[in-house]
Design a protein around this ligand. Structure first.
Ligand SMILES: [Zn+2]
Length: 221
């Protein structure tokens, strides 16, 4: 079967606007079969969503966007694990737990992509080649990098508000709807990334949310 997956979404467990539950319901409405909530430095969002999703026809993969010493990296696992921030230690830990490690928006340096480290570190399981929230130029560079490195490419929304969910996604060919089969399908490049961008209205709403959430951070400090 061919399943629709958006594997980079933020909830209010980090800097996203909405709760894991609201994300799960929206993903179901949008006919996604698989999601990962990849909050900054915490599995919490995906673990909450995972409990809820058990009652519904959607698979939630435990995920996190780790701020490493070289930039932001997505980690997808079968269960929650602890994660070192030093990149080589993180890769070792990830692979010993059968997790996937994927540089997020690698050439979007404004958003702390790993940049040219993408070529230095050869152990990626895939590369996020299309991030619907990143600029097109950085996405095209990521597409080229995945070709050069011969790695599977993923397309994700990096949604922080509900309307962004599914604005880019992947069609994953897998025989079973469970986490280990989906992770294995990505490893084997049984993935067709589908590029897309949110509408102008959605992008404006995202911008408003970014301003609001950073103002909240400042007032909290
Ligand atoms: Zn992100």
């Amino acid at each position: 079967m061919r399943l629709k997956a958006d594997l980079h979404i933020h909830s209010n467990c980090s800097d996203g606007k909405y709760s894991p539950a609201e994300i799960v319901y929206t993903a179901i409405e949008k006919d996604l079969n698989i999601i990962s909530i990849t909050d900054h430095n915490t599995f919490s969002g995906s673990m909450i969503a995972r409990k809820l999703a058990k009652e519904h026809d959607i698979l939630v993969i435990p995920g996190v966007e780790v701020r490493t010493n070289i930039g932001d990296v997505l980690l997808f696992c079968e269960r929650e694990i602890d994660f070192p921030r030093e990149i080589h230690a993180l890769i070792d830990r990830a692979h010993s737990e059968n997790c996937l490690i994927v540089p997020a928006h690698p050439f979007d340096l404004m958003r702390l992509g790993v940049g040219d480290y993408v070529f230095e570190i050869r152990d990626w399981d895939a590369i996020e080649i299309w991030n619907a929230s990143a600029n097109k130029g950085s996405n095209y560079r990521a597409i080229e990098a995945a070709k050069i490195l011969n790695k599977p490419g993923l397309a994700n929304s990096d949604a922080h508000i509900l309307d962004e969910i599914g604005s880019a996604y992947n069609l994953i060919e897998t025989s079973e709807l469970n986490i280990s089969s989906v992770l294995e399908a990505i490893r084997k490049n049984m993935v067709k990334p589908v590029f897309g961008n949110p509408s102008l209205k959605t992008r404006l709403n995202r911008l408003l949310w970014s301003v609001e959430s950073s103002t909240r951070k400042i007032t909290k400090k």
